[in-house]
Structure formats: C-alpha cells, structure tokens
Design a protein around this ligand. Structure first.
Ligand SMILES: NC(=O)c1ccc[n+]([C@@H]2O[C@H](COP(=O)([O-])OP(=O)(O)OC[C@H]3O[C@@H](n4cnc5c(N)ncnc54)[C@H](O)[C@@H]3O)[C@@H](O)[C@H]2O)c1
Length: 382
C-alpha cells in the first residue's frame, strides 16, 4: 500500500508546471512508499488557477496561500512563486506543521534564509529546495566520479550560465513573467537566478567556498515598471562575473549574464583535477565529458559518456528506458521528488534541504557585497 502525500502547490507558472509534471510521473516510474496526490493549487487569479488545476488534475483550488497552508488536508506545501514570497510562505507553512518544498533561491538573502532554516528546524518539518540540476543523471554521475577520487586533488572549478532574453531596452520590468527584472520581487539578478544553480552544483561537487571577488553590471539602467507604469531604476545585476577560492584550495571562475546573444540557457561547468577532468553542458545534458590522464597515451583523450546505461552505473537510468535512449530536463524534477519521497520513507532526507541551500545564499551575499564594495568578501559559513 502506498501512503498518500497531499500536495498544496502555490504558483502555476514555469515551475508550477515542472513540479506538477514530476508529481504525476514519479509513482509510475519509481516504486516508493509515498504517492503524491495533487490536492490543491493556489494563485491569486481564480479563473487561471482553476484552468491550471483542471489541466493537471488538482482536486481543488485556493486564491489565498494563507488559507492553503492552514488546510488540514494538505501535507506538503510547494512554493513556486517569485523569490520575495518564499520566506513568508515558508514560515507560515512551518508554523502549520507542513512539509515544504521550496523553489530556489531559498530566500532573498542570507539572513532571510537563516530565518527559514530556523523555522523548519523548530517545527521539525521535512524540507527541500529545488536545485534540480543535481539530479540530471550526468551531473549526479560527476558527483560519483569525484567522490570515488577519480579526479584527485581539484585545482579549478569553472562555471557559466548564459542567456540573452533581456537585451532589449524596451523590455519592461516587474509583474507576471517579468518579476525577475524587478529587484523587489527577485532580490538579485542573474546572480540569484542563474548563478545560484551553478553555485549549488559547485558546493555539492567541490565543497564550500571561502572567499569571493565579484563584479556585476546593469547594462540597461532604467525600464518601465509593469506594476506602476513608470520608468524606474533597474536594481538587478544583468551580468555577474566572480572569482573565488574553495575551502579545499581550488580556484573558482564563474560568469552569468542575460546579454550573451545566441545563448538561451547555456549552463556549463568544467572541473580540472590532478588526475582527470570533467565537463558538462546543459544543452547536451545527457552527456558527461571525461578526460583521464591515467589512460594509455595511445588512446588518451576526452570521452563523451552518453549517460543512458540502465545497469546501475548511470544514476536514475534504471528507472527509464533502454541503454542509448536519453531523458530530458523535466526528469531532473521527477528524480528530485523521488528522492524527497524516499527520504521521507527512510528518514535520510534528500538534499539540499533549507540548511544546505543556505550555503548558496551566503555565497550570493558575498558576491553582491564584494561587487558593491569592489573588494574580496569572506563567505559566511553555515
Ligand atoms: N529550479 C529551477 O530550475 C527554476 C527554474 C525557474 C524558476 N525557478 C524558481 O521558481 C520560482 C517561480 O519561478 P517561475 O519561473 O515558475 O515563475 P513564473 O512567473 O512562471 O510563475 C510564478 C507564479 O507565481 C504566482 N504568484 C505570484 N504571486 C503570488 C501570490 N501572492 N500568491 C500566489 N501565487 C502567486 C503567479 O501567478 C505565477 O503562477 C522562483 O523562485 C524561481 O527562481 C526555479
């Protein structure tokens, strides 16, 4: 018998859809003790949330998230709304004893994230943050290779996340679909939105960062605000480049922008170790590039591993198709739900939980602090 886990989803946008898809898919492909039930979906517009609920099979709707978090028939609250709402909703959900699955970045800044950590730990409610790239099988495989010691001592960690959708100065800021350009809703620009992913992966693969030296740029200084109708100052970082030091001695080199014409979601990382290197690219997400210096020199070179083996060596792939057939972006969310449900059953929680995700938040604080002061910033440790 499967135990039902009643989900209360807040937000019906990009992530509302990605998570709903994962909840619907997970029980068909993973054999788990818990089975998500799409109990209620919530957003402010009654008509839109009803249409969303009907499409995805949610049993009911709410237009006020405060009502949703108080409902007795909800076990877990899923926060898929802009960043400025994460904390308030999470605190209320924890106070009502709900499990919480929160989208990234955890919070607007470190101190706010700390409040969220305190709330879930005080309430003893299971919690998780959707840094889904950890669950792309090729990235999970990278973690396995590093943990096996195949790279040896790591010298360099290089990552970038490039997009090009905000280049036009005519693009407004704020409101539905454009809240990412509004500092009050987003808390930060590409650093909190895109680099947050790169940082979470990096901390997971290579451990904590110690210090940061960053620069940010806002290329378009003013944009019309959709909520006020007025031209207002743009407060977000349009681009961010930083270098840093990991606590293990390796050097960090990160870049993110929404002004890299031609790039839509180019998240890449490369890690260079004493014995081997690995590289990954979101546009080719089922492949892991691997170079091993110990190979016979006659055949030594970069290997392109197609991460589709279902015999157990390639993470998650035994749950899907036959070797050679790949999966995609949406499956990273399905894997994350599966791990969360597995964690509930075993008592070994899926990561990142709020405390783990707070580490990324403190790196983000150091980035923005360093860029503002034009000097090195120490990263607060969790
Ligand atoms: N893990 C990832 O890869 C990933 C990708 C995209 C977004 N995100 C994160 O997910 C969150 C949501 O982003 P998105 O792209 O889905 O945004 P979106 O703009 O597509 O959707 C936001 C949703 O929030 C709803 N909303 C706004 N204010 C609300 C309120 N007061 N009450 C109820 N609902 C409200 C909107 O109606 C909308 O449905 C953000 O924190 C973002 O950083 C994560």
């Amino acid at each position: 018998m499967h135990k039902p886990l009643n989900i209360g989803m807040i937000g019906y946008g990009f992530m509302g859809r990605a998570h709903s898809n994962a909840y619907k898919q997970v029980s068909q492909f993973f054999n788990l003790a818990y089975r998500p039930v799409l109990k209620a979906a919530c957003a402010r517009d009654a008509g839109k949330i009803k249409a969303f609920a009907d499409n995805w099979g949610y049993e009911s709707t709410e237009t006020d998230w405060r009502k949703l978090v108080e409902r007795k028939d909800i076990d877990a609250i899923d926060i898929c709304v802009p960043n400025n709402l994460h904390c308030e909703i999470a605190l209320a959900a924890a106070a009502n004893g709900k499990m919480i699955l929160c989208e990234k970045p955890l919070a607007m800044n470190g101190p706010e994230g700390q409040k969220m950590v305190d709330a879930v730990e005080k309430a003893k409610v299971p919690n998780m943050v959707w840094y889904n790239y950890r669950r792309v099988p090729a990235v999970t495989l990278a973690k396995k290779l590093i943990d096996e010691g195949r790279l040896g001592k790591i010298f360099h960690y290089r990552a970038k996340f490039l997009q090009d959708w905000t280049i036009s100065a005519d693009l407004p800021q704020g409101g539905q679909g454009l809240w990412r350009l509004d500092i009050a809703a987003a808390g930060a620009g590409v650093s909190g939105d895109l680099l947050a992913h790169c940082i979470d992966t990096a901390l997971w693969l290579n451990g904590d960062m110690a210090s940061i030296n960053a620069m940010t740029e806002t290329f378009v200084k003013e944009r019309k605000h959709n909520l006020t109708g007025k031209v207002e100052k743009v407060g977000i970082d349009d681009a961010c480049i930083f270098m840093g030091r990991f606590k293990n001695g390796s050097l960090a080199n990160f870049e993110s922008t929404r002004y890299a014409r031609g790039h839509k979601a180019l998240y890449t990382f490369e890690i260079n170790g004493e014995k081997a290197s690995i590289a990954w690219d979101l546009h080719d997400l089922h492949r892991l590039q691997y170079f091993d210096h110990r190979d016979d020199s006659k055949v030594r070179g970069w290997r392109s591993i197609h991460v589709t083996d279902n015999g157990g060596d390639h993470p998650y792939m035994d749950k899907w198709w036959v070797p050679g057939l790949q999966i995609g972006y949406e499956h990273s969310f399905t894997h994350q739900v599966a791990d969360f449900l597995e964690g509930l059953a075993t008592g070994n929680p899926a990561m990142p939980d709020f405390r783990d995700a707070l580490r990324t938040q403190y790196v983000l604080d150091a980035i923005l602090g360093s860029a503002q002061d034009s000097k090195w910033a120490e990263v607060k440790q969790v």
